[in-house]
Design a protein around this ligand. Structure first.
Ligand code: PEP
Ligand code: MN
Length: 337
């Protein structure tokens, strides 16, 4: 069960609530986020929620049987919308388009892509400066120097940044230079990293693990939420299956299922999802029709020269066409809803 406490709850009232829950032999975890205070209670006894719900100091009480609690839609019915500032929002009511190279490579490269985004009214740019690579000999990113330049150039153009954080020690040094932290597919269950991001007041996009279930993805989000940070986005980016015709298998089933299970925004990454440039736009549009709140994809002036993931990266012409079509398909979806 989840109990949301009144912001003004007195220490005595809280102690009373805790005593009542402990009488039931429930295990209680206190969660204080930047937004509110909750008690997450887990136990077996059959309780009439009204007996607890009427205690002073309780704003809201719900029974949530899922493994994950605070990210569940059984508790918070209304979808979460994240405000990145300057009119940029992620979640219900708009379609977020996030585009950019797999890796940040140079000032000239960023200049080109940012102009492309501005020309197409795209407000969020993706790009990694710390790159998880299967081989240690591949390009591993420009690191903090690259991020500082990325941030400076993006700010000057009114663009928000999403970039991957790979380890706990990077969270603090990156903090002032990012708008959204990305947790990569290889780190979805890095619980130390998730704990650290719980202490941050910036949104976190969590990618689905390479062979992760949706329940595992939701539980990873629960880590960050219960650590104090409610600003979360989930990302379907394809999973590893027996199929070898594509890099990964983009599981679009995940979109309606997640939208039903959680109040958090859900986005789709068709670039890593299929891994084949020619099909990225098709899968992006399918993701929108499946109900995604946003699409994050890779774009580069010259994909064939990209430092990483060129084979799944769109050039500017393909990207501009995709942006137009994403907006059309999103409008169609709204018409059908
Ligand atoms: C990326 O976004 O470039 C990336 C490495 O993604 P993933 O973690 O989904 O593989
Ligand atoms: Mn990539």
């Amino acid at each position: 069960m989840i109990i949301q406490l009144e912001p003004t709850v007195s220490a005595a009232a809280k102690a009373d609530i805790l005593a009542r829950i402990q009488e039931l032999k429930y295990k209680v975890t206190e969660v204080n986020t930047q937004r509110a205070s909750y008690l997450v209670a887990i136990g077996k006894a059959d309780v009439d929620l009204r007996t607890i719900g009427q205690l002073p100091g309780i704003l809201d009480i719900h029974r949530v049987s899922d493994e994950y609690k605070l990210v569940s839609r059984k508790w918070r019915v209304r979808p979460t919308v994240l405000d990145l500032g300057d009119g940029v929002r992620i979640g219900e009511g708009s379609l977020s388009i996030m585009a950019g190279p797999c890796s940040i490579e140079s000032e000239a490269q960023m200049e080109k892509i940012m102009q492309h985004l501005v020309d197409n009214d795209v407000r969020i740019m993706r790009g990694g400066v710390f790159k998880p690579r299967s081989s240690p000999y591949s390009f591993r990113g420009l690191g903090m120097d690259g991020l500082k330049l990325f941030h400076q150039m993006a700010r000057a153009r009114g663009i928000k940044i999403i970039t991957e954080v790979m380890q706990v020690s990077q969270v603090e040094e990156m903090h002032d230079y990012v708008d959204v932290f990305q947790v990569g597919a290889r780190n979805t269950q890095n619980f130390n990293l998730l704990d650290a991001l719980g202490g941050v007041d910036k949104p976190v996009l969590i990618k689905r693990g390479i062979s992760g279930t949706l329940e595992e993805l939701l539980s990873s989000a629960e880590y960050v939420f219960s650590g104090g940070n409610e600003k979360l986005i989930l990302c379907e980016r394809g999973i590893r299956t027996f199929e070898t015709a594509s890099r990964n298998t983009l599981d679009l089933n995940a979109v309606p299922i997640l939208k039903e299970k959680t109040h958090l925004p859900v986005v789709v990454d068709p670039s890593h999802g299929i891994g084949i440039r020619e099909y990225v736009a098709t899968m992006a549009l399918a993701g929108v029709m499946a109900g995604a709140d946003g699409i994050v994809y890779e774009a580069h002036e010259k994909p064939e020269e990209a430092a990483s993931d060129g084979a799944q990266t769109l050039n500017f012409q393909e990207s501009a066409r995709l942006i137009r079509n994403l907006r059309k398909v999103y409008a169609l979806r709204q018409e059908l809803e």
